[in-house]
Ligand binder design. Structure first.
Ligand code: NDP
Length: 328
């Protein structure tokens, strides 16, 4: 059984009276800075671009260059895109770190795939929210909290666990529960959802739309049924609130019978073998290597994939349908 940390396991004392630098003021950065400050931690912000420095100043934070913020801090939260982490650490962070500082990541990726090089004298820890940035902030403000994965990669000081749990608590990540994970496990599950599950779901929805279109169901109705109505979203919410099994009570008997009686029909669809290919690429580091090469080449495959999807045309069409479902 994995350990799940709650507020009672995570006193704030180890991070009180310490300077916490939030590096990056984007999706997660802003939410972290506001939550940590509201938990009475001493927060400063380090940014590269003037616009994000201005945004941090407008929110009342002392805003510094990345190097200056890191040099002052005991706890450094790296909230910049994973793909620039290695470069940013080498250029602005590594040499500025105080010995004994704790470097906090919101994702396991950069460390799991050896894309960052940090001195042996610092703790390397993780609080990875299972929540987008605005959700991290909103659920702190409304008191509901969010789930996170928490871990220690390197305990240089002997104090890494109390520090990471203090950060998790101050962020709101131990209210519902933080699951103990290694950086590699966090990266694996995160990438697997994107590469093992999302493409399979895309295929399900694409095939389903094709079969319905063949029977003359209008595309507007299909989009409404699949996601614009929010009905499926409510079902997922009910899974969270009641449990995947109990939420069945919310559906009609016809629905329950129809789903259960047809479930076996799909048993021989072999998804697991494709999923194993995905997980092998993830755990072997092959995907990380491929992605690093793609970045180094200036994203040629990303551009080609976007073009092949015809994403822009799809977006326009979707926007026009969505507008028709907006309340008057
Ligand atoms: P964003 O894309 O929102 O981060 C943008 C910030 O990073 C900006 O402040 C930008 O600064 C800064 N930045 C960009 N490039 C550099 C650079 N080369 N050097 C220094 N700073 C730079 O990132 P997210 O908040 O989405 O992600 C941050 C971390 O959180 C990642 O590890 C991600 O995996 C993790 N995470 C993200 C989630 C999400 O929902 N987005 C969910 C859970 C975890 P400037 O404007 O100054 O260029």
């Amino acid at each position: 059984m994995a350990r799940i940390f709650h507020d009672t396991d995570a006193p704030l004392d180890p991070v009180q009276n310490k300077t916490v630098a939030v590096i990056g003021y984007g999706n997660q950065g802003r939410a972290w800075a506001l939550n940590l400050r509201d938990s009475k931690l001493d927060v400063i912000v380090g940014t590269v671009a003037d616009a994000s420095q201005q945004a941090a100043s407008d929110d009342g934070f002392p805003a510094h260059t990345v190097g200056d913020a890191v040099a002052q801090a005991d706890v450094i939260c790296l909230l910049i895109p994973d793909e620039v982490m290695g470069e940013a650490v080498a250029a602005h962070i590594k040499d500025a770190l105080k010995p004994g500082a704790a470097v906090v990541f919101a994702s396991g990726y950069a460390v799991a795939y050896n894309e960052v090089d940090l001195p042996d004298t610092v703790d390397v820890v993780m609080v990875a929210p299972r929540m987008i940035g605005v959700g991290v902030r909103d659920s702190y403000v409304d008191g509901s909290g969010f789930i996170a994965f928490t871990g220690v990669e390197r305990d240089a000081t002997g104090n890494a666990w109390p520090v990471v749990l203090g950060v998790a608590r101050a962020l709101g990540a131990t209210k519902r529960g933080s699951v103990e994970m290694t950086f590699a496990q966090e990266a694996t599950i995160d990438l697997f959802v994107e590469q093992g599950i999302a493409p399979a779901l895309q295929k399900v929805w694409r095939d389903a739309a094709m079969v319905l279109l063949e029977k003359g169901i209008p595309i507007e109705a299909i989009l409404a049924e699949f996601y614009l109505s929010g009905e499926i979203e409510r079902t997922y919410r009910a899974m969270r609130e009641l449990g995947a099994t109990k939420q069945w009570q919310l559906h009609s008997q016809t629905s329950q019978y129809g789903t259960a009686s047809r479930a076996e029909r799909y048993n021989d669809v072999d998804l697991a073998s494709r999923m194993r290919i995905a997980i092998e690429e993830i755990t072997s580091g092959a995907f990380a290597k491929e992605w690093a090469a793609e970045r180094a080449a200036g994203y040629p495959k990303v551009k080609a994939l976007r073009e092949a999807e015809g994403r822009d045309a799809l977006m326009d069409f979707e926007d026009s349908v969505r507008r028709q479902f907006e309340p008057a």
